[in-house]
Design a protein around this ligand. Structure first.
Ligand code: MN
Length: 247
């Protein structure tokens, strides 16, 4: 049956070799499948990489392995789509081209076997965390990104590592509710896009929710992170289910 797969928040990094192993196994299982069984598309909804300092880092051996896996999948006939997460916001066209993938904007509205479906990383919905939203607005600014990318790669990596340790320290002190999506922000996004189904990641709280917005019932599926457990959603014309992934 024609179907598509969704994953997010793999946070691939050399510090987490088991995450990389799970990713490579996942791709290796998908790639050689018979055309009738093969996923038509794999959507990666952000934070594929734990850190992406810019497309001039394509040749890093670890990055080259991730790219080779995705390119292998694409060459077997599965379309690969990439959305930016907050960790890999700086993924650009050179990376997408190397993976033979397509970069999507966030959010992206697609027709999924007849059901309008909105894809997002999900961080834009965490509006309770006003400090994060201020930071997000800054790093999404095109001028800011251009200036940042003009710095040497090593300097960018060091800056991101520093930012990371500061944000981890802050997370400890933040209330768990403000780290989740805000219901009003979800409703506003669904309204803006004509009450579609929504799939996102970022919060690392895998679940299926239902939102009633102006009489419309909208499904919201949340992918989990891979540090916890490899997980994926499978969608076909009959709906969405959790994909079974062998350990
Ligand atoms: Mn994220």
């Amino acid at each position: 049956m024609p179907h598509s797969l969704f994953i997010s928040d793999l946070h691939l990094s050399t510090d987490q070799p088991h995450g990389m192993a799970a990713f490579q196994q996942f791709i290796a299982t998908l790639a050689p499948q018979e055309p009738r069984q093969r996923a038509e598309a794999l959507y990666i909804l952000g934070d594929l990489f734990d850190c992406w300092a810019g497309d001039d880092d394509l040749d890093d051996p670890f990055h080259a392995q991730v790219i080779a896996s995705l390119r292998n999948l694409a060459q077997h006939g599965t379309k690969v789509y990439l959305l930016h997460g907050n960790r890999d916001l700086l993924m650009g066209k050179a990376l997408a081209d190397a993976c033979q993938a397509t970069l999507l904007s966030d959010p992206a509205l697609i027709d999924l076997y007849g059901t309008p479906t909105l894809l997002s990383h999900g961080d834009m919905l965490c509006t309770g965390d006003t400090e994060y939203q201020r930071y997000r607005a800054q790093v999404h600014d095109a001028d800011f990104q251009q200036q940042f990318l003009a710095k040497p790669l090593a300097e960018r990596k060091a800056y991101i590592a520093q930012l990371r340790s500061r944000s981890m320290a802050k997370k400890q002190s933040k209330d768990s509710a403000i780290m989740d999506v805000n219901d009003d922000a979800v409703a506003a996004l669904l309204r803006e896009h004509g009450y579609p189904r929504l799939i996102h990641g970022h919060t690392h709280r895998p679940a299926r929710h239902e939102h009633r917005v102006e009489g419309h019932s909208c499904e919201r599926w949340v992918l989990g992170d891979w540090n916890d457990k490899a997980n994926a959603l499978r969608c076909d014309s009959s709906g969405i289910t959790w994909e079974t992934i062998a350990d």
